[in-house]
Design a protein around this ligand. Structure first.
Ligand code: BGC
Length: 374
């Protein structure tokens, strides 16, 4: 059994603010323990082995998406289904994904698993899927503003942010025992519902330190709109970091940077190095190969292990349950409000990784384990 950390009261408060701000994201305090959603109606009849299962993934903006595609193709086949795995193009992403989902519906897919390219722009396609009797599972990223999404399967996104915030504070203290510490904040793409939740989780930890004067955001840019990285593109993070270094860090020290994922972390580090400055404590997420190497080399400070194998496996087991007419297992029926409904979710626990635990964290990962053995 996987265990889910119970969210705190602070989480509830922050998540409610997030909800007020964007109408989506985590809305409530507690993971509810294992149960079943009972509200999709989708499981009632089941479907045959060999049925078509659509998997619509976003552009390959990070390694986890590349891995997910391969794992879905293999996992669905092993479970006895015909997988149709598609990625959105790097440009024209939204229209591309909309077209792919529509065509999965037309081809008669029984379940459509969606890693949304833009969580707010799939209402028509999701409702088309529902009308055709398919079950819709949001994978990793929530799909907003539609009743049609039946289940959500993801790592606990708010906890990812909390872990990043904590790592940033701990890393800076280890590097410079006395504050105040100067930081900059980066967030993900505004069209990804996860970006707000990651940021809220991190700010639930950082804001009290900012309020206490222990941490200062050098540029003063603390709003998510100011910190956003369109399209999760590293070049956008790098150019924002270049500008911040020029505008704010001529002779000032930068102690830490909140980066929401590894791709952006490396872009930020590249920018700092280019400016000839010492590398600050930089957080990340995804356990990308180059970032794990960077952590081992003492450059990037932390990442998050969200093992894609476990997430895909969980999703495939939901598909199998649906095929036999059962309700898939969920363990959170309160946290993910998509603007019109609370989506029953299965959340997996993320793990923070720094140089201190890098060996044990990837001990059972055949790709990453060799990188940690110096
Ligand atoms: C995922 C992250 C990933 C980011 C960019 C998010 O929705 O949860 O793991 O780094 O997208 O691809």
């Amino acid at each position: 059994m996987r265990r889910i950390a119970k969210p705190t009261a602070a989480l509830a408060a922050v998540a409610m603010i997030a909800l007020a701000g964007c109408g989506s994201g985590r809305d409530d305090s507690s993971a509810s323990g294992t149960g079943s959603s009972g509200d999709s109606g989708a499981a009632a009849e089941g479907f045959e082995q060999g049925s078509l299962i659509g998997v619509a993934l976003p552009a390959k903006t990070s390694e986890n998406w590349v891995l997910a595609g391969d794992l879905f193709s293999q996992g669905l086949q092993e479970a006895g289904f015909e997988g149709d795995v598609q990625y959105a193009a790097a440009s024209g992403t939204v229209a591309d994904q909309q077209g792919q989902i529509s065509s999965m519906v037309t081809k008669g897919a029984k379940v459509i698993v969606i890693g949304a390219a833009d969580g707010g722009q799939l209402t028509t396609q999701v409702e088309q899927a529902k009308a055709a009797g398919a079950t819709v599972i949001a994978y990793d990223r929530l799909i907003l503003n539609t009743e049609g999404v039946d289940y959500y399967v993801a790592y606990d996104n708010f906890n990812v942010g909390e872990l990043q915030g904590q790592a940033l504070l701990e890393g800076m203290k280890a590097q410079k025992p006395e504050g105040p510490w100067t930081i900059e904040l980066f967030s993900g793409s505004p069209d990804d519902a996860n970006s707000q939740v990651f940021f809220d989780g991190a700010m639930s930890v950082l804001q009290p330190a900012i309020d206490a004067g222990d941490v200062v955001v050098g540029s003063g840019q603390t709003e998510i709109e100011q910190t956003a990285t369109q399209g999760w593109k590293p070049e956008n993070a790098q150019s924002r970091m270049d500008s911040l270094l020029t505008s704010t860090y001529g002779d000032k020290e930068l102690d830490g940077v909140l980066s929401p994922n590894d791709t952006l972390a490396r872009a930020i580090i590249t920018s700092v190095k280019g400016a000839g400055k010492p590398i600050p404590v930089v957080t990340g997420q995804d356990s990308e190969v180059e970032s794990v190497k960077s952590i081992v080399a003492g450059e990037q400070y932390s990442t998050i292990n969200k093992d894609t194998r476990a997430l895909v496996e969980q999703t495939v087991s939901m598909v199998t349950a649906l095929s036999t007419g059962e309700e898939p297992e969920v363990n959170d029926t309160e946290s993910y409000d998509n603007g019109v409904k609370t989506v029953p979710a299965y959340l997996l626990p993320p793990l923070i990784v720094t140089k201190d635990n890098v060996v044990e964290a990837y001990a059972n990962d055949p790709n990453l384990a060799p990188l940690t053995k110096g």
